[in-house]
Design a protein around this ligand. Structure first.
Ligand code: SF4
Length: 362
């Protein structure tokens, strides 16, 4: 938890996906989505494993047709991580995914059709103890709602979500989480704020079609930062075009920045003409190597002796550059002067010692 701005989480009902709790104050979980063809079970399994080792806690998989459903069935047998089947239009694929062991299905009830079809999904979810995510998206609102609001406004997104929730509640189904995604960050914020006044179901936050790694991460951080700081949000996805692994890294970084997740973070000087070591290269390398560290450590990579030693001393572990050298600091004390090429291994060794200390005390 950040000392400067403690976040008070909004109370929500819990739902369970496998061993993972979402809502009710459980840590905000990070999720992502595969982009391999689901019918290609081997390729999808490889991607799910990569996501899991990056720290992904829930994986969503599209199930657009029968071949994909067969792929999903095979995947389920090989994956312990909570799996969410993403379904549009065809209720039979939702039922099939639940029978195959999906921990949840993501549907947009507005495009599933007749209420008997929704009822079949609900029954399958009840039978399997699974949950349903009502996933409303600005790009696929019901026609009558779009007509009533003129545009896919935040109010229109919430209108659609509340209608779907009512439908599920009328079928005595309450293990629900909800998303109302727009591509505009501020519309997103307004939609989730409005929704959180009306419901106490856990909320899945995300900005849809956010963009590439840089623009998508910034856009998502802008929207989700505001919401999470208000205590809104129980699970997040940073939607980025391309490889899903950066989604997971960005999600963890966002939560750590807000004090919602423990872990090590790297601070690095912006560099200037005084820099005497490759700060950016070293910082990137350190970021890659500390992803699994759970201890709340601050690691400083500083370019020169001007501000370097001061910042490095204020950190748990740090290096400050000299001419082809780096001074290593641990908890404020100089540990030694190293060659630049030896600095990272020595720094990581100290980080791992502190991690072991943290684990012993946990
Ligand atoms: S620490 Fe040194 S190199 Fe880095 S920005 Fe400050 S003065 Fe420049």
């Amino acid at each position: 938890m950040s000392a400067g701005f403690p976040i008070v989480r909004r109370p929500t009902r819990p739902i369970q996906l496998g061993q993972l709790i979402v809502g009710d104050g459980a840590p905000v979980s990070v999720q992502s989505m595969t982009n391999t063809p689901t019918a290609d079970m081997e390729g999808t399994l490889d991607q799910v494993r990569a996501l899991a080792s990056a720290g992904c806690e829930i994986v969503r998989v599209s199930v657009p047709d029968e071949d994909a459903l067969r792929g999903f069935e095979a995947l389920r047998k090989n994956v312990r991580l909570p799996l969410v089947a993403d379904i549009h239009f065809d209720h039979k694929l939702a039922v099939g995914s639940l029978v195959a062991g999906a921990d949840a299905v993501r549907i947009n009830p507005g495009n599933i059709g007749a209420s008997w079809k929704i009822r079949e999904i609900v029954q399958a979810a009840k039978d399997k103890g699974a949950s349903i995510r009502v996933g409303v998206n600005a790009g696929s609102l019901e026609k009558d709602i779009l007509k009533a609001h003129g545009h896919p406004t935040p109010e229109a997104l919430v209108h659609s979500a509340l209608r779907s929730i009512q439908l599920l509640e009328d079928m005595n189904f309450f293990t629900i989480k909800i998303s109302v995604k727009a591509s505009d960050p501020l519309e997103n914020v307004r939609a989730y704020r409005l929704l959180s006044e009306d419901v106490d179901y856990p909320l899945h936050l995300g900005v849809t079609e956010a963009g590439t790694v840089l623009s998508g991460s910034v856009r998502t951080a802008a929207a989700l930062g505001l919401l999470l700081a208000d205590g809104i949000g129980d699970t997040i996805r940073v939607s980025l075009s391309g490889d899903p692994l950066p989604e997971v890294h960005a999600g963890h970084e966002l939560l750590r920045s807000l004090g919602l997740r423990s872990g090590a973070r790297v601070v690095a000087c912006p560099t200037c003409a005084r820099a005497e070591i490759d700060v950016a290269g070293l910082a990137e390398e350190v970021e890659k190597r500390i992803r699994s560290i759970k201890a709340p450590l601050k690691i400083a990579i500083m370019g020169c002796p001007v501000n370097g030693p001061g910042e490095a001393r204020e950190s748990d572990v740090g290096i400050a550059g000299g001419k082809g050298t780096a001074v290593l600091f641990v908890r404020g004390k100089v540990k030694g002067k190293l060659k630049e090429e030896e600095a990272i291994d020595a720094l990581i060794e100290e980080v791992e010692k502190l991690e072991r200390e943290f684990e012993r005390m946990a």
